[in-house]
Design a protein around this ligand. Structure first.
Ligand code: KG4
Ligand code: ZN
Length: 334
């Protein structure tokens, strides 16, 4: 089954082709327009999607070496995300499916992230999945394909948001995750102390907003020169606090739970090398097996939407023609 996936939930216009367990192409056009604002401006995002999604889809088809008539189905992300942005990709997907007379799947963005791991590794349920992105920090128990039991989630900012807000405070460019990761190279992760919140045993919810406040307080103590001279240590210590908090929660989530010893980590923050390294150490220590997609499939992409769409279409979960985008949608409702 040859599926085209379309992703426009935030600031990446992306398309990918997935066929029988294999990613044939993935094209991502990241919107540069938000950089100068230090965060995503929803109105600008939808306009950019409208400009770029068709060429992105065309390139995904070309790179996969397939034509429109070869497609067996279309998958478009239907939520959660920015409503105006989602609508662009969903309308394109809907129009294509209608004209080509093939099924359409309205894919949940987080199920898409989950399928990034399923399609690029040999992970299979039962497993624990941590989805860490700009909008989500959620830990799920996945007993079987298509069933997601929420174990813990952030009560305020997502881990990616903590990276983005932290970078903005330090004066590093958006998106903050890659900026902080780059700035942290050679820095001492123990140079400064930042809080690791909600450390009660068995507590699986997370909180990252106090961390950002603590960074702002620390920066207030320094002159700009001192910040510039200590940037690697500040970035490394801040990154370490986010990574520690996440890894600690995964350790807690696995305790006494029958999940087959399989851990899946996906979402933009799973591209972070320090996170990958510390998660690997945890899994070695616990005797668990770790599945993380290659970095390009951690951040938003169309191939993950195509893979999740193939799963949904294969289960006859076909979207009605009047499907619309939703900004809020929990994965457990699927
Ligand atoms: O999954 P994603 O591309 O989009 C959402 O669904 O939100 O994740 C984007 C988030 C941003 O907050 C970005 O700063 C973060 O993932 N991110 C990273 C890295 N690459 C992206 N965070 C830490 N380290 C990275 N290398
Ligand atoms: Zn995402």
């Amino acid at each position: 089954m040859l599926i085209l996936g379309i992703e426009t939930s935030c600031d990446d216009s992306a398309a990918g082709i997935f066929c029988d367990g294999e990613v044939l192409s993935s094209v991502v056009c990241t919107q540069e327009v938000h950089r100068k604002w230090g965060g995503v401006i929803p109105e600008l995002a939808s306009r950019e999607h409208a400009r770029s999604i068709i060429p992105v889809v065309e390139e995904a088809l070309e790179r996969a070496g397939v034509g429109l008539d070869d497609l067996d189905g279309i998958a478009a992300c239907a939520g959660p995300g920015l409503l105006g942005s989602l609508l662009v990709g969903l309308c394109v997907g809907k129009a294509m499916a209608r004209v080509l007379d093939i099924p359409l799947a309205g894919v949940h963005h987080l199920e898409g992230h989950f399928f990034a791991a399923i399609s690029t590794t040999d992970a299979e349920p039962p497993l624990l999945a941590i989805i860490v992105s700009g909008g989500h920090s959620h830990i799920y128990f996945v007993p079987e394909f298509g069933r997601y039991e929420l174990l813990g989630r952030t009560r305020d900012d997502a881990a990616g948001e903590a990276f983005d807000k932290g970078a903005k405070a330090i004066g590093l460019p958006y998106p903050g995750g890659p900026s902080i990761e780059k700035a942290a190279v050679g820095g001492d992760p123990a140079a400064f102390h930042f809080p690791r919140a909600m450390r009660k045993s068995g507590e699986l919810d997370m909180s990252f907003s106090g961390l950002k406040t603590s960074l702002l307080n620390k920066l207030d103590e320094f002159s700009q020169d001192e910040i510039d001279n200590n940037i690697a240590d500040i970035a490394a210590s801040y990154q370490e606090a986010i990574v520690d908090a996440l890894v600690w929660k995964i350790r807690e989530a696995g305790k006494g739970r029958d999940f087959g010893g399989r851990i899946v980590a996906v979402g933009g923050v799973a591209a972070n090398l320090r996170f990958r390294e510390k998660l690997k150490i945890l899994c070695e220590e616990m005797g668990w097996k770790l599945y993380i997609p290659p970095t390009e499939f951690c951040t938003d992409n169309g191939a993950m939407i195509a893979a999740a769409g193939a799963f949904r279409i294969g289960r006859d979960c076909i979207a009605p023609w009047d499907i619309t985008a939703v900004s809020r949608w929990s994965l457990e409702e699927l």
